[in-house]
Design a protein around this ligand. Structure first.
Ligand code: ADP
Length: 316
């Protein structure tokens, strides 16, 4: 199996330790934590002992080193992360509202993550890859769509596969012809789609869940996995419909759950596990992530997931 790869932002995340406080007032912050949805995804694949690599960029600073060291420690291929001497590593500040929603202040466009480009090392990684995971969050970066689509073309031409986590919001798509066209372009090459919340309806263009699933499956997406937060997940593949209840845990920090869930599902399926086993492991990975503060602090090995599954009840 060639490595699972993605391209996109690497960031540090710095978060408020109190609930409700806005960034207009001084407050206690905790961090920096390694972050960026594509980086969390790749780190989780690597933690499961599967080859994984990311095309990205960081600054020549401690925030960049923190990320590279974490990814390396967990076994990810960091050769296609460019180190840009004149740019800072990207960052995100997060605060939590009373209702559990989050607000972010991002510094991506004018950071190293805003300057990700196709390098020789990136081409070499793509040349070895067996699977491309496309993350919607990365599309805010200029030129990333071209890098991902080139990777998809190369990997597919060799018989590899593609997964897609749309990470889109209606407001971001409204009136954006380009965004809709890009979404359709990726859906056309997607083998495994991993939407959450309203993303399924947006991707399919119909609100009813069963109808949306049917439409996407008949358009050529082979497998659809719905992430349902504290309600668990569902999978639609080869005429089967499976529901898997969530594990009952106390949520401390939701950041990273979807990325760790997706990475675990993709890895299990690439290793030949059944959709049922993949869903259970992915639910465990998502649940374990929300019990820890910090986006990449809850990544899990298979041994940790097995232990978690034995120690925790699920909601059925
Ligand atoms: P996203 O972060 O992409 O919106 P979700 O919030 O649905 O994705 O989380 C992904 C998965 O993580 C869920 O399908 C579920 O398995 C697990 N998960 C998330 N939140 C919780 C929670 N509060 N309790 C238990 N499991 C959770």
């Amino acid at each position: 199996l060639g490595p699972t790869i993605t391209a996109g932002e690497i960031l540090v995340e710095i978060m408020s330790t109190s609930i409700g406080a806005g960034f207009m007032e001084p407050q206690s912050l905790i961090g920096p934590f390694p972050s960026g949805a594509p980086a969390i995804f790749i780190d989780q694949v690597a933690r499961l002992g599967s080859p994984a690599g990311i095309i990205s960029a960081v600054g020549e600073d401690d925030f960049g080193r923190l990320n590279i060291e974490r990814l390396k420690r967990d076994g990810a291929d960091v050769t296609a992360i460019e180190i840009l001497p004149d740019m800072p590593t990207g960052s995100a500040f997060v605060r939590y509202r009373e209702d559990g929603a989050r607000d972010f202040v991002f510094n991506i466009a004018k950071s190293a993550s805003g300057m990700i480009r196709m390098t020789e090392n990136a081409r070499t990684l793509i040349g070895r890859a067996g699977h491309v995971h496309v993350m919607g969050s990365a599309f805010a970066i200029p030129g990333i769509a071209e890098i991902l689509m080139e990777a998809v073309a190369v990997v597919k031409s060799r018989g590899g596969s593609v997964s897609f986590d749309p990470n889109i919001r209606k407001e971001l798509l409204a009136g954006q012809e380009d965004a809709r066209r890009r979404l359709d372009q990726i859906l056309a090459v997607t083998d495994l789609l991993l939407p959450s919340g309203e993303e399924l309806a947006i991707a399919a263009g119909v609100d009813d869940e069963a109808e949306a699933v049917g439409k996407l499956l008949s358009s050529g997406v082979a497998e659809i996995v719905l992430k349902r937060g504290a309600k668990g997940s569902s999978c639609f593949v080869a005429g089967q419909h499976l529901d898997c209840p969530a594990f009952i845990v106390e949520e401390v920090d939701p950041t990273g759950a979807g990325d760790c869930f997706g990475a675990t599902y993709v890895t299990c399926r690439r290793q030949g596990k059944s959709p049922e086993d993949a869903l259970r492991y992915a639910n465990a990975a998502g649940a374990r992530t929300v019990t820890r503060r910090g986006p990449m602090e809850g990544v899990s090995s298979f041994a940790e997931l097995d232990e978690f599954i034995h120690a925790n009840r699920s909601d059925n």
